[in-house]
Design a protein around this ligand. Structure first.
Ligand SMILES: [Zn+2]
Length: 474
């Protein structure tokens, strides 16, 4: 155990490092001076790395200490939320080396995001609390800058969300008017991309943007600004989309889009990621919307695996497919064509009707062929869509493609059937027509030969009559 000086007396610290951050390490406090605030709580020392022990950082930590005490007295933090405020500065041989703070138990939200066993409603609640924390800190003049899931610790046992690493935030000191800058952030807001870190004073809008990114990541397990372009790194794509107000996730073709957690949250995401940046919703807007979602029922989409608000009516794979309805219509049309040809067979007693049906059946067969072309086209579209989804994540998309191909195959055989059932009828109709024509010709021939006989008889009679007359005259 080593001893460091504090404003309240010497503090004993263990040498077992609990964790290492970018700018220091965290060690457990074994013996806290009794006068120190929160001395009875579990505390840790954040020992800042040598080159980061600047005077600015020391003043920023002192300012955060005052804020933390004020927040504790005024109880200004949202329910179920905590902040690992610095409780005292620590010194070694009179030189500032870091500060003590509350030890926050639990797991960071990135681990919670990846844990499928944690109910969606619990994730929604932590998302809401993260937004409330960001909003409450804005009221204290603190802009987090580096808003990241790894800086929020979820303590399942106490159902509490805590913000850690607050000393990396941008802090405005009301007493002096000083603004202490934030440290580098991995995720970048449009205003961070426009300027250079440390040279720009961030607005609270930067946090509003980044907390929306983190809420999206927690709920969708995907980055809102990602797009699958082969030639660009994810970081570059995100920077590009943040600047261009392009909601990459929404532009990808998928069955469960940004409205998976309801239209209201979907609209907030659209406003944040499609801009304009000056008018994006703030963390409090997100908190209000998320608190309304906590009592919802959730389910997992059977096609793409996205968690979503439970859909009241079970939707078939066909309706989910982008072009499913028109495939169904094609198949329905073919069924009707097949029915009509069966009817034609049943009603072939008289020839004109038969010929009519045969013509109709031929028409249907033609229609079916055209529909078949359409079905192939739909199948191609569905297969394209399926490929897009597979790139992202799904096996379900392949199922859709298989369904579409199966439908196309069904359409093909139905068209074949319709054509086959139509052609014998056309033949029958033609032979009956020929028979009728033959019969008619035969009848006319008989009539003509009869007429010829009658004419001959009449001529004979006339000749007989004139012979008789001559005799009389003689
Ligand atoms: Zn889906």
């Amino acid at each position: 155990m080593r001893y460091f000086d504090t404003d309240f007396g010497p503090m004993g610290v263990s040498d077992d490092t609990l964790g290492k951050g970018g700018r220091g390490k965290v060690l457990p406090v074994m013996l806290a001076p009794p006068e120190m605030p929160q001395a009875k709580k579990k505390l840790v020392l954040k020992q800042v790395e040598g080159r980061w022990r600047t005077e600015g950082r020391q003043r920023k930590v002192a300012c955060l200490e005052r804020m933390g005490r004020g927040a504790a007295q005024g109880k200004t933090l949202p329910a179920g939320c905590a902040v690992a405020w610095p409780v005292t500065s620590a010194y070694e041989e009179g030189r500032w080396i870091g500060f003590a703070m509350r030890a926050m138990e639990g797991r960071p939200l990135d681990a919670v995001k990846a844990d499928g066993a944690i109910a969606p409603a619990v994730k929604v609640r932590q998302a809401r609390r993260a937004c409330e924390l960001v909003s409450a800190l804005h009221a204290h003049g603190v802009v987090l800058g580096d808003v990241s899931l790894s800086n929020f610790m979820y303590d399942e046992a106490h159902d509490r969300l805590a913000l850690v690493d607050i000393d990396s935030a941008q802090v405005a000191d009301e007493a002096t008017g000083c603004i202490y800058p934030t440290t580098e952030s991995r995720e970048k807001s449009p205003e961070m991309l426009a300027g250079r870190m440390g040279e720009v004073v961030l607005t609270s809008r930067s946090d509003d943007f980044l907390v929306a990114v983190e809420v999206f990541r927690l709920l969708f397990d995907a980055h809102p600004l990602d797009e699958y372009a082969a030639d660009v790194s994810p970081a570059e794509m995100r920077a590009r989309n943040a600047t261009a107000c392009r909601f990459g996730f929404a532009n990808e073709r998928r069955c469960c889009g940004p409205d998976a957690f309801g239209r209201e949250l979907g609209n907030l995401f659209r406003r944040t990621f499609e801009g304009p940046y000056e008018l994006i919703p703030n963390a409090a807007d997100y908190a209000a919307c998320l608190s309304g979602l906590e009592r919802q029922a959730f389910e997992t989409c059977p096609v793409c695996g996205q968690v979503r608000v439970a859909v009241a009516e079970e939707r078939s794979a066909l309706e989910v497919a982008p072009s499913g309805l028109s495939v169904r219509r094609v198949v329905g049309g073919l069924g009707f064509a097949a029915g009509a040809s069966v009817m034609a067979f049943a009603c072939c007693a008289c020839m004109p009707e038969l010929a009519g049906f045969a013509q109709e059946a031929a028409g249907f067969a033609q229609g079916a062929t055209a529909a078949l072309d359409g079905a192939w086209h739909e199948a191609r579209l569905a297969a394209d869509a399926a490929c897009g989804q597979v790139q992202g994540f799904t096996e379900g998309a392949w199922r859709l493609a298989c369904d579409a191909a199966e439908f196309a195959q069904g359409a093909a055989s139905a068209a074949q059937d319709a054509w086959e059932s139509a052609s014998p009828q056309v033949e029958v109709a033609l032979s009956k027509a020929a028979e009728l024509a033959d019969a008619l010709v035969e009848g006319v021939f008989d009539l003509a030969s009869n007429a010829w006989g009658w004419l001959e008889d009449a001529l004979d009679a006339v000749a007989g009559a004139s012979d008789g007359g001559g005799a009389d005259a003689c």
